[in-house]
Write a protein that binds this ligand. Structure first.
Ligand code: HEM
Length: 185
């Protein structure tokens, strides 16, 4: 089961009302986004470092924290540029980010508060620098779309892995899940 990443992007744009105006505002502020990305990365990994479990993950291997900082800076700046106007390349890249997190065993319970930290820190920065509410709203929407990609890839990758390993059909897996869920209070 491989996700149609561009179709998912389009669905998310509609669901979050991520508009052409949002895209223009983000692109007009792309230089600012790139400028503050390193500071946002510092807040982000500072936050993850305060949690015992997440701290262990981000420092689990030699050079990981530096690699993470570099990739975060790139990710943050891409929310403003949209890479290819939030098209196929952007969507595929967001999907891949989700897949990397599934591979290293990061769960939704880690991702959601982490994204909330990004939104909180960026809101403080926007306020301090007198940036518009429109920019804040546009950033909030694209952060939510990126979050949806990571969350969805968790379910899709896990499901694909189970189907591949067991040879079950997706209908059987769905039935097992609903039957199992029905017995949980
Ligand atoms: C807002 C949420 C998050 C964003 C936007 C984000 C962003 C990224 C990006 C862009 C990558 C690189 C993916 C690639 O190599 O293609 C990455 C990898 C990774 N992230 Fe995250 N991340 C988030 C949350 C977290 C959390 C909560 C943790 C840990 C608890 C985490 C741990 C990792 C690890 C371990 C890797 C792989 C690093 C390696 O190359 O060794 N991430 N993340």
């Amino acid at each position: 089961m491989t996700m149609d990443t561009l179709a998912f992007m389009t669905t998310m744009e509609n669901r979050f009302s991520f508009s052409a105006e949002d895209k223009s505002i983000l692109q007009a502020n792309a230089a600012w986004g790139a400028e503050i990305a390193a500071e946002m990365a510092e807040h982000f990994y500072g936050y993850l470092g305060c949690d015992t479990e997440m701290n262990a993950i981000i420092n689990a291997s030699e050079g990981r924290i530096q690699r993470l900082t570099d990739t975060f800076i790139k990710w943050f700046a891409e929310m403003f540029t949209g890479i290819d106007d939030w098209g196929a390349v952007y969507a595929h890249r967001r999907w891949q980010i989700g897949v990397v997190h599934v591979k290293v065993g990061i769960q939704p319970q880690h991702i959601v508060p982490a994204m909330s930290t990004v939104i909180h820190e960026v809101a403080k920065k926007l306020k301090a620098e007198g940036k518009s509410e429109e920019l804040k709203d546009a950033l909030g929407r694209i952060c939510m779309i990126d979050l949806a990609f990571i969350e969805q890839s968790y379910v899709d990758v896990s499901t694909s892995a189970v189907l591949k390993e067991t040879g079950w059909s997706s209908a059987l897996l769905k039935r097992l899940i609903s039957t199992g869920a029905a017995s949980i209070n």
